[in-house]
Ligand binder design. Sequence first.
Ligand code: VG1
Ligand code: CO
Length: 543
Amino acid sequence: MTVRTIATTPFSDQKPGTSGLRKKVPVFQQPHYLENFVQSIFNSIGAPTGSTLVLGGDGRYYNREAIQIILKMAASNGFGRVLVGKGGILSTPAASCVIRKYKTFGGIILSASHNPGGPEGDFGIKYNVTNGGPAPEKVTEEIFARSKTIDEYRILEAADVALDQLGESRLGDMIVQVIDPVADYAELMESLFDFGAIRSLLAGGFRLRFDAMHAVTGPYAREIIEKRLGAATGSVMNAEPLPDFGNGHPDPNLTYAHELVEIVYGDNAPDFGAASDGDGDRNMILGKRFFVTPSDSLALLAANATLVPGYKNGLAGIARSMPTSAAADRVAQALGIPCFETPTGWKFFGNLMDAGKVTLCGEESFGTGSDHVREKDGLWAVLFWLNILAVRKQPVEAIMHEHWAKFGRNVYSRHDYEGLPTDAANGLMQHLHESFAELVGKQFGDYKVLFCDDFSYTDPVDGSVSTGQGVRIGFVDGSRIVFRLSGTGTEGATLRIYLEAFEPDISRHHLDAQQALASLIAIASEVSQLKARTGRDHPTVIT
Ligand code: VG1
Ligand code: CO
């Protein structure tokens, strides 16, 4: 086996977005494209010779090919060992768990998360650091800088590694250790939650459906929910991971998880429904004919955390991304703990968790997690809910209404406009920036603008500053509209409009969010000149 040094030239578009580098599969299949990025990672991170790396992905199209390339490159870049999930599979939270448990130098996760897969679909790659979390901005910036000047990469000339049986094999001077992708993660879940109580709940006739959406969580959910917790066989649906996710869009929301939604809103509905995304880090929570918004879910988990063994001593603090509703802030205030507001993307939570400042974190984009790993964790959120339901023995809807009665309701919705021409989307954001001065103090019906800004964040742990994180329009009554452009898409631009109004009046807590937010939705269109600039007046996806 010989190490080959291959001459290459840079690609100009390898800037990691909100969560790693995501591109269409054919882009990654170009000669040297993946290799350039992987070598740029290795060139930036300075792993000492003999270091251990974790490697796995969500099983989407091109996962296996990419794993073979990365293994051969790791072997020629001084790594001593790679822990790779069997079949090349590791969910994002499981990868984080393995990095932490075995104290490896870092890990590479192959995923484009909730984006569709297949030969014409999306692929992605990201690097996670020693704490198990996504590389912080200073690391991703360094990787991007290296990618712009790269002129060679190193790869071993060798036969492909067998990935389908557990055990160790040698690749050059490096050991490839194929691990069970589920075992360490399942053990961690068992250490946090009261599996006995959840087992009794399920044995008592409580019915649930978990939709793995033909993505990575199938094997995890089968092992944990059906095998260890005893849910009826078939409770986990679409459990077979497929390279194209069965032609689906593995995004757990009311639009894309419609098969589950029909069951949970249909006759003979189960008591609980949940879904996860392509790489297993997102979650959607449903009760019988009832949808829990991710922002409310974070708040509810925080308010009930001490019912769960892993959190029985309470929380150090909570963090939420800026566009996430302030429901969690109200709980934090009641608990007398801090609540941090960070930019979008899980990488901003890592420092807060490492410093012991926060225990729970969440994003409105169906992301919830805690300091048990350093990624958001879909199945963890589902188990957290099940543990609470096992203790409280009330329906999801009743628990949520009780929560609102106590804390008030932050009515919330996000409207996404996908596939916009990039110029139109940039122009709209530019227009908003130019309107700040004119908007402040302006009255729109019942709503008066209190402030406008572009969110920037100073990390309280390392002092790093992140600017340009989304335009906020805050109203006098605490309502809010936020505009952001997505950093995970691979086609045109996606505009996200986040809408939030606080409703203390219990007699209005049952209202549909779109109705309750109608005025804010109209204001958002007006101030952004949405129709004129994009030609659209209706969102692609509403969550
Ligand atoms: C989106 C979400 C963000 C999330 C990110 C990665 O980013 O809004 O909250 O952290 O996806 O999630 P953006 O830049 O498109 O808004 V995942 O499950 O795709 O890793
Ligand atoms: Co994801």
